[in-house]
Design a protein around this ligand. Structure first.
Ligand code: OOB
Length: 545
C-alpha cells in the first residue's frame, strides 16, 4: 500500500463519466496491466477498424459488396461518419445502447461502424429474434433505440417495434411512421473518442437459462479478437470474404469475419444466406477466397458442388464452426470443394480456438483447434472442479484477454458461470491433445446446438409450460445427421395432447424465434427422475436413441 496523498486540487470532472457501465464486470487491474504491457490490448477502437493504409493509399479499393452496392474503403468510411452524425442528431449519445437487428446488408455494416464511432454500443440481435427476445433485450440493455429491417418474409419488424420500450425506431427500407435508416445521415461532426476500456458492443449469449444474456465486449478486447484472428487466418489485401451467416453473429463479425477483413484491407461480400443457390453465384462472380459456415451449410455445399454449375474454385479456405464438424466430413472438404478446411470452436463469450493453416491434416480435420492467444488460459476440470489428467475429458474453463468476466446485469447467473478466480465455465466437454488442440466431446450445459443455432432448454421449457394443456416439459437434443441435433420436447399433458403444429403456433404467438421451436414432441405420463428427484434428461435422450 502506498501512503494516501492529499489531493492538491479539487478533482474537476475533466471528462464526462462513461454512463452506465455499471452492469459490466472489468478485468482485475493486475491482469489488465499485463494485457496492456504484453501488447494484447492497445488504444485501437472498433470505429478505427477500417485499414488505415488502404484508406490513405488505395481509398478506392472495394471494402463491401452488398446486393447492387459496391462501397470503396473511402465510401464506407464516409458513410459511417455521416451515419454517426445522424445518430447523434437523433439524440443517441456515447454510453447509450442501441438494439440492432439488421440483415446482411450494407446498412448493418454502416450502422455498426457509426454506433461504435460515437461510443453507443450496438446490441446485436439476430434477424430471427422476435418480440420475446427483442422486448427483453431492449429492457435489459435499457436501449435508447432499435434498428431493424422493414420485414423478413411475412414478418413485419415495424409491428413489433411499436410495442418496444425505446425512444427511437430506425427502419431500413419502408420506415412508415419511423425514421428511415437512410435518413440517419448528416454532415460529419467532430466526435469525442470513446475510452478503449469501455464496452464497444454487446453480443448475445447462446443461452442456458430462461432468458437471453448480454455479453459486453470492450473496444480493446474485441479489436484484439479480430486482429489476432485475421493474423492466424492469413487475411490480407487479397482476401475476398463471403458472409453467409448472420453478420450479427460473432463468427461472421469478428472471427476474423467482416471486421477482420476490413482491418486487413480485404473485401467483404454479403450473401443473404448459405444456400448454394445464393452463395455459389456470389463466390463465382466475386472470386471469393474465404467463407465461414456452420456444419449443416458445409454438408450442403459438399453435396451441391457435384451438380452446381458455378465455378467455386476461387475458394481457398472454408472455416467451419458453431457446432462439431465430424472429422470424416472435414476430410472431404479439400477434395470436394478444392480448398482448405479450418475448424473454429468459438463462443460469443470470448475464447476462440482455430486449427492453424499449417496444421497437419489429422489436426485440421480431427480437432476443433487450439486457443487463439498465448494469453488464453485453459483448464479442463472434473465435476469437483479439479484438473483432469492430460488427455482426459472434462469441462473447459477459460479466461484471457478477450473472454468476458461477467454477463451484463446478471449477478446471480454470473455467480454460477464463473469460478471465484474469474474463469468462464463454458459448459463444453473437451479433451486436450499434446499439441494443445482441443477435441469437443460433448456438452454439460442444458442447451441444444441445432446446427450452430443455440437453444436454451430452460427458455423453451418456460414457454411450453405457459401452454394451458402442458403440465410439465423437458427439452432435449435429438441426434440428427444434418443438423447435429434437433430439438425434442417431452411433455406431460393435462388431457388432450397438443399437436406439433399447434405448439409451434402457440410459440409463434408468444413471440419466440422460430429456430427455438421444437422439431418433435413426445408425450409421456411422467418424467424419469434422478436419485435427487431432478428430471433425468439423460434417460429421456436415451429413449430417443
Ligand atoms: C459460436 O458461438 P456461440 O456463442 O453461438 O456458441 C458457443 C458454443 C460453444 O460453447 C460450443 O458449445 C459450441 O457453441 N461450438 C462448438 C464449436 N463451435 C462452437 N462445438 C463444437 N465444435 C465447434 N467447432 O458458435 C462461435 C463463435 C465464434 C466462432 C465460431 C463459433
Amino acid at each position: 500500500m502506498t501512503e494516501p496523498t492529499a489531493p492538491t486540487r479539487p478533482t474537476a470532472p475533466t471528462a464526462p463519466t462513461e454512463p452506465d457501465q455499471n452492469g459490466f464486470t472489468p478485468w482485475p487491474e493486475d491482469l489488465a496491466d499485463r494485457y496492456i504491457a504484453e501488447g494484447y490490448w492497445g488504444d485501437r477502437l472498433l470505429g478505427d477498424v477500417l485499414n488505415g493504409d488502404v484508406l490513405r493509399d488505395d481509398p478506392g479499393r472495394i471494402a463491401l459488396v452488398a446486393g447492387d452496392e459496391r462501397l470503396s474503403y473511402a465510401d464506407l468510411d464516409r458513410r459511417a461518419d455521416r451515419a454517426a452524425a445522424g445518430w447523434l442528431r437523433l439524440g443517441v449519445r456515447r454510453g447509450d445502447r442501441v438494439v440492432v437487428q439488421l440483415p446482411n446488408s450494407a446498412g448493418f455494416v454502416v450502422t455498426f461502424l457509426a454506433l461504435v464511432r460515437i461510443g453507443a454500443a450496438p446490441v446485436l440481435a439476430l434477424p430471427a429474434h422476435r418480440e420475446s427476445e427483442i422486448g427483453y433485450l431492449c429492457e435489459l440493455a435499457g436501449a435508447r433505440a432499435y434498428a431493424a429491417a422493414d420485414r423478413d418474409g411475412a414478418f413485419d419488424y415495424r409491428v413489433m417495434a411499436r410495442a418496444l420500450p425505446v425512444e427511437h425506431v430506425v427502419i431500413e427500407g419502408d420506415a412508415q411512421e419511423f425514421t428511415a435508416l437512410a435518413d440517419v445521415d448528416a454532415d460529419p461532426v467532430e466526435i469525442e473518442r470513446p475510452d478503449p476500456a469501455t464496452v464497444g458492443v454487446f453480443l448475445l449469449s447462446g443461452g442456458t437459462t430462461g432468458l437471453p444474456k448480454l455479453i459486453p465486449r470492450t473496444h480493446r478486447d474485441y479489436v484484439y479478437n479480430l486482429e489476432a484472428s485475421a493474423e492466424v487466418c492469413g487475411f490480407g489485401g487479397r482476401t475476398v470474404y463471403l458472409v453467409v451467416l448472420p453478420a450479427a453473429h460473432n463468427f461472421a463479425l469478428a472471427c476474423p469475419g467482416i471486421l477482420g477483413v476490413l482491418a486487413t484491407g480485404g473485401t467483404v461480400v454479403l450473401a443473404p444466406s448459405g444456400s448454394p443457390d445464393e452463395a455459389f453465384p456470389l463466390i463465382e462472380r466475386e472470386r471469393a477466397t474465404v467463407c465461414a459456415v456452420v456444419p449443416p451449410i458445409a454438408l450442403l455445399w459438399l453435396d451441391a458442388v457435384s451438380w452446381a454449375e458455378e465455378d467455386v474454385s476461387s475458394l481457398e479456405l472454408l472455416q467451419v464452426g458453431g457446432a462439431k464438424f465430424a472429422a470424416e466430413r472435414a476430410a472431404e472438404v479439400p477434395g470436394t470443394l478444392g480448398c482448405r478446411v479450418q475448424q473454429v470452436f468459438g463462443m460469443a463469450e470470448g475464447l476462440l480456438n482455430y486449427t492453424r493453416l499449417d496444421d497437419p491434416r489429422e489436426l485440421a480435420e480431427g480437432t476443433q483447434g487450439r486457443p487463439l492467444s498465448p494469453a488464453d488460459e485453459i483448464r479442463i476440470v472434473d465435476g469437483d472442479g479439479a484438473d483432469v489428467a492430460p488427455g482426459e475429458i472434462g469441462e473447459l474453463l477459460t479466461r484471457g484477454p478477450y473472454t468476458l468476466r461477467g454477463y451484463y446485469r446478471a449477478p446471480e447467473h454470473n455467480a454460477r458461470s464463473f469460478t471465484p478466480d474469474g474463469f468462464y465455465r463454458t459448459g463444453d466437454l473437451v479433451r486436450r491433445l499434446p499439441s494443445g488442440h482441443l477435441v469437443v466431446e460433448g456438452r454439460e450445459k442444458d442447451q441444444i446446438n441445432r446446427g450452430g443455432d443455440k437453444v436454451s432448454a430452460e427458455e423453451l421449457e418456460n414457454h411450453l409450460l405457459a401452454h394451458p394443456a402442458v403440465h410439465d416439459a423437458a427439452v432435449v437434443g435429438l441426434p440428427d445427421p444434418m443438423m447435429g441435433e434437433r430439438t425434442c420436447a417431452f411433455l406431460v399433458v393435462r388431457d388432450t395432447a397438443p399437436t406439433l403444429p399447434e405448439i409451434k403456433e402457440f410459440l409463434r404467438g408468444r413471440g419466440l424465434a422460430a429456430y427455438k421451436f421444437p422439431d418433435r414432441i413426445e408425450t409421456v405420463d411422467t418424467f424419469p427422475r434422478t436419485p435427487v428427484g431432478k428430471i433425468s434428461k439423460k434417460e429421456l435422450a436415451a429413449r430417443l436413441a
